[in-house]
Design a protein around this ligand. Structure first.
Ligand code: LFR
Length: 518
């Protein structure tokens, strides 16, 4: 069978990339054709995404994808080409995934009314109380199944209430839907990402009308729901001209929440797996067939986001490598510029630093906002009566030990709350490259860890498009089997003394119970 080419646009919190996936029933390769920084900017006190610069990165990336696909489908440049199917810039389709919860507001003419606000902006401080006053947390959880995160869309809309932009808004588009709208002129709300707004009922997989009504949110702002695999329009003339792509190039809805695509990209060969999608965040949990909406699940702060093919992503948001990225940024600002090689050296030193000396709660929203991360980590250690890390290597070790401990806790809690048992943990996303994090996670969980692919979100994005186009077929298990047979993976067996992790967990739990950790 011939290979088809799909472009995956994957925007993460620190960089965006456009990848081209080449897919045939038994083949899958991914090429990065463009990567660009995502640098949020604070303007007049509010932290914004640079949405137009991100969109430009998408256009440049699609241009590079066009060139790549044309080279691969031009006779003579690749041995697998079928000359009858070639044309100048053959992309079968494009899919878009990004981080969740954030949105742009459009006026009646379709113009963007305001620059989208970053979920790490503090405008949502204090809105949880306002929401709880009309919808107590147990009722909100029973209706939407989302863990409490201060930045979820409903809290952002609460913070935006009364602003001229929201008052004038005709439409609200989540970030991937906004990019898709600019590319095609067609508006929709993709379901997996919609589920992160806290306005979707995970049982019906449809809008939670009563929640919206109680909070005074107008659901008519959201264009109709669409599902991964649905057609989402074709590139506008202007975009064809900018990118060199040929008409018609369709956009296909994928799991537009990056975590939904990353979970499709888990190369599991069994149902008994847990996953950790690592990057800026660690999203650790299980794939389920139905949501868990119990009070115990709410108390444990577990989320039921919607996945591809009717699945539920039952997981906990953990602060993730953001903590380390922010430390590295702080150390750089102090004059010790940390380059990629320095990071390798830092991780090597951290691997040799004394283990589990101090651990912090990597789920603590105290680590959410940018700036002063090494100080905040030092404070947390001090408050819990643990040694304060003194060097970058010690701080790095503290962060990675803490992440591994939080991974273990999430995976244990998820099993307990869902009644499912796991035999293997998959680490996908950028953290799959971090050997120390993978090893510590295996040790902490007492389970084998399979690491990779790092580009799980782009691969999940490509596979959902490829299935919609008929290049591959089957359910998630079939897509994952293709990943397993084509992607390089690394396995880490648990080693060492698991009781050291038990003691560290107990120590942290005790400090939290006595109120020493805020
Ligand atoms: C990961 C992610 C998480 C979401 C956070 C904010 O990139 O999408 O799943 O909770 O970003 O949107």
């Amino acid at each position: 069978a011939r290979e088809l080419h799909f472009a995956a646009v994957d925007l993460g919190a620190s960089s965006g990339r456009v990848m081209v996936g080449e897919v045939a029933p038994d083949r899958l390769t991914l090429h990065e054709v463009h990567r660009f920084p995502n640098q949020p900017t604070r303007v007049m006190g509010t932290l914004h995404w640079n949405i137009l610069s991100l969109y430009q990165g998408v256009l440049d990336g699609l241009g590079a994808a066009a060139t790549h696909a044309a080279a691969r489908t031009t006779p003579g440049t690749t041995p697998r080409t079928n000359p009858r199917t070639t044309h100048s810039a053959g992309l079968t389709s494009i899919g878009i995934d990004t981080w969740a919860v954030d949105y742009g507001l459009l006026d009646a003419s379709g113009a963007l009314l305001a620059n989208p606000v970053h979920y790490r902006d503090t405008r949502t401080a204090g809105t949880a109380g306002k929401v709880a006053a009309v919808l107590p947390p147990p009722a909100l959880y029973a209706a939407t199944g989302l863990q409490h995160l201060p930045f979820t869309t409903i809290y952002q809309l609460m913070a935006a209430r009364g602003t001229p932009a929201l008052a004038a808004a005709h439409r609200l588009l989540l970030i991937p839907d906004l990019i898709s709208y600019w590319l095609t002129g067609e508006a929709g709300t993709e379901l997996t990402n919609a589920s992160t707004t806290q306005l979707i009922d995970p049982r019906t997989r449809d809008w939670a009308g009563p929640v919206a009504e109680a909070l005074g949110i107008d659901l008519a702002l959201f264009p109709p729901l669409r599902h991964p695999g649905d057609p989402a329009g074709t590139l506008r003339e202007e975009v064809l001209a900018e990118t060199g792509l040929t008409a018609p190039t369709p956009v296909t809805a994928v799991g537009s929440h990056d975590t939904a695509s990353a979970v499709v990209g888990v190369p599991a060969t069994t149902r008994d797996f847990a996953y950790i999608a690592t990057g800026t965040w660690s999203l650790a949990g299980l794939e389920l067939d139905a949501p868990v909406l119990t009070e115990a699940s709410r108390a444990a702060n577990f989320t039921n986001e919607l996945g591809v093919d009717g699945t539920v992503r039952y997981l906990r948001n953990i602060m993730g490598l953001w903590m380390l990225q922010e430390c590295v940024r702080a150390w750089g600002a102090q004059g010790n510029r940390t380059t990629r090689t320095d990071l390798t050296a830092l991780l090597r030193e951290a691997a040799e630093a004394p283990p589990l000396r101090s651990v912090v709660d990597a789920g603590d929203p105290a680590f959410l906002a940018p700036h002063h991360m090494p100080d905040r980590i030092a404070d947390a250690c001090r408050r819990t009566g643990q040694p304060v890390p003194r060097t970058p290597a010690e701080t790095t070790r503290c962060v990675l030990d803490s992440l591994a401990l939080a991974h273990r806790r999430a995976i244990e809690d998820a099993q307990r709350l869902s009644g499912r048992k796991v035999r293997v943990v998959h680490i996908v996303g950028g953290g799959a490259h971090n050997a120390l994090l993978c090893r510590l996670t295996a040790d902490a969980c007492g389970l084998p860890v399979v690491a990779g692919p790092a580009e799980a979100a782009a691969l999940g994005n490509v596979l959902v498009q490829a299935r919609a186009a008929g290049a591959v077929s089957g359910g998630l298990a079939d897509l994952r089997a293709l990943l397993h047979s084509t992607q390089p993976l690394r396995q880490y067996e648990p080693t060492g003394d698991r009781s050291a992790w038990d003691r560290a967990a107990a120590r942290l739990a005790e400090a939290q119970a006595t109120g020493q950790v805020t």
